[in-house]
Design a binder for this molecule. Structure first.
Ligand SMILES: [Zn+2]
Ligand SMILES: [Zn+2]
Length: 261
């Protein structure tokens, strides 16, 4: 009989470290503030999973009427007219409720233990997708932002995922040499312009490799697109993206049938 973690020692050690910290510093839930766990069961049960039909490239939920040919690969209007630089992006759940709260705490309130707790959803999503990847990279922060915050929230999701799926974790694969203003409150076009050329990739690490990029929230996909562009320019053979949450403008209205809660 194999002991738990024997096959994935790095993941086992990483999780053990966080459980030890929980014992020393009893946590509260990132979604509802209930004491006991970093991410409680009732909050997990309230997640609105993103389910099909979705665009095979950008992962955006679609109403079936928009597909010209139902037997073809499901492609949204945008991906058909402007094929993205990445192969595909998928997100676990809609950015609202307890998930929104937990990601806010992870990103802005230094509640870094939530990263490991939330990463299990990304691991589940990755395991379902069966993508063949060579390395895992978080979306980087600019050096200025990294200094101010002291940690990269995407890295706190990406590292345990890399350990769990036994692929190299490469935080230096992507670099963000210049600071960009926050994407919050910008239109789709402004978002695209804001991150255009913001990233570079390290050819020594990514040349000929299939790279999985991890982010906390996706809104229009412009950040992952800009990363994919830099990675492809540096010789990466393909780029995939996974995000924990996806901001949906009309999550409460016409997308409702495509979202299960
Ligand atoms: Zn909770
Ligand atoms: Zn699409």
């Amino acid at each position: 009989m194999k002991l738990a973690g024997q096959e994935r020692p790095a993941y086992f050690l990483y999780r053990s470290l966080w459980y030890a910290l929980d014992w020393l510093f009893p946590p509260t839930c990132g979604g509802c503030n209930r004491p006991g766990l970093r991410w409680c069961k009732p909050c997990q049960e309230r997640l609105a999973r993103i389910t099909g039909p979705i665009c095979s490239r950008c992962g955006e939920p679609q109403t079936e009427l928009r597909f010209a040919n139902p037997s073809a690969d499901l492609l949204c209007v945008d991906c058909r007219s402007h094929p993205p630089e990445y192969q595909a992006i998928r997100s676990y759940a809609v950015f609202h409720g307890p998930l929104r709260e937990a990601l806010h705490r992870l990103k802005y309130q230094r509640d870094i233990g939530i990263g490991e707790a939330l990463s299990k959803h990304l691991i589940e999503l990755y395991n379902d997708l069966k993508w063949q990847i060579d390395l895992v990279s978080p979306i980087p922060l600019s050096p200025k932002r990294a200094r101010e915050r002291g940690y990269n929230q995407s890295g706190l999701l990406a590292r345990p995922l890399a350990y769990a799926v036994q692929k190299p974790y490469q935080p230096g694969a992507l670099l963000r040499p210049r600071e960009t203003r926050t994407q919050v409150g910008l239109s789709a076009i402004e978002r695209k312009q804001n991150v255009e050329g913001a990233f570079t990739a390290n050819a020594d690490k990514v040349k000929g490799k299939v790279v999985l990029v991890i982010d906390d929230v996706m809104t229009t996909g412009s950040t992952i697109s800009a990363c994919a562009q830099a990675l492809r320019k540096a010789g990466a053979s393909a780029v995939y993206g996974l995000t924990l949450a996806r901001a949906m403008q009309q999550a409460d209205a016409d997308h409702q049938p495509t979202i299960s809660s």
